[in-house]
Write a protein of this length. Sequence first.
Length: 336
Amino acid sequence: MTTTKLLKCALLAAIQATVLLAVTPARAETRRVGLVVKNLGNGFFDAARDGGLEAAKELGGIEVIYTGQTTPTAEGQIEIISNLIAQKVDAIVISANDPDALIPICKRAMSRGITVISFVSVVAKAVRVFHINPSNPDLIGEKQIEMVAKTLNGTGEIAILSATAQATNQNTWIKVMKKVLEKPEYKNLKLVDVVYGDDQSDKSYREAIGLMRKHPNLKAIIAPTTVGITASAKAVTDQKMVGKVFVTGLGLPSEMAGHVHSGAVDTFAIWNPIDLGYTAVYAASQLVAKKATGKPGSTVPIGRMGTMTIDANAEAAMAKPFVFDKSNVDKFAKMF
Ligand code: RAM
């Protein structure tokens, strides 16, 4: 081979390495798992990817294709899944931007023998083997009301700044939050608005400012999204509203630590996204290797996380959401 050819090969290999996060050298028996996230550039999913790569490394013979678009839309995911089908991947692990719009494309994937599971944000039951909830949806919803009630001593106007209007995970949590607010102990908390920042920093930031302008008596913003909570805390800080409007919800300690110390955020919660990505890729690999069926009532081995039991609705839940505040945020900020 000439030097130019060698250089070309090296360059091509480098380009491919940025697209495919190959954990093991491509061999005939390597199984490929497409990890399709709501959107790229989202710290939560980047952490989940790291967990997925860890599982692949541990199992060996698994290649993770981490993919998504910058904006979280169902259309983008349809295109991505279509590409993965063309690449003949063995499994698709998806965090869906819409439960129903993805039915036909996931059906097509399944008809080609591709194993489909969802994590965090569900796809319709008919087109997945199972769904992995990061935690029990009721616990996630309840926790966010508990946190805001504690910070506000149970009184004041609150608003929710969510991700996209179609996001199944956020919509489920919002439904729970509204139900929990009906409890007598929360009678002095008044939900005045629900807005959508689409998991885009700039739109979330603008929506947070809009909330403060529209509701001068607003006391707290609950953002059940890592993108929304960071943007809201920044908006509160920039508008010099720290101490007047509190932000809570679901965030990453690494992104929230500064806001906790500034006082814009009193408490927030999340589960470990690394463990979640690890579990999702591990579980999908077990299905592909036929070491688990994933049927309701069965268990799936998930490596260092133990085993996961699939319930009658083809879902499984991981740990309780964990609460962070000034006392522990710095320790976890080093991890995710
Ligand atoms: C965002 C996404 C994701 C959600 C987390 C909490 O990154 O919307 O789906 O689970 O926040």
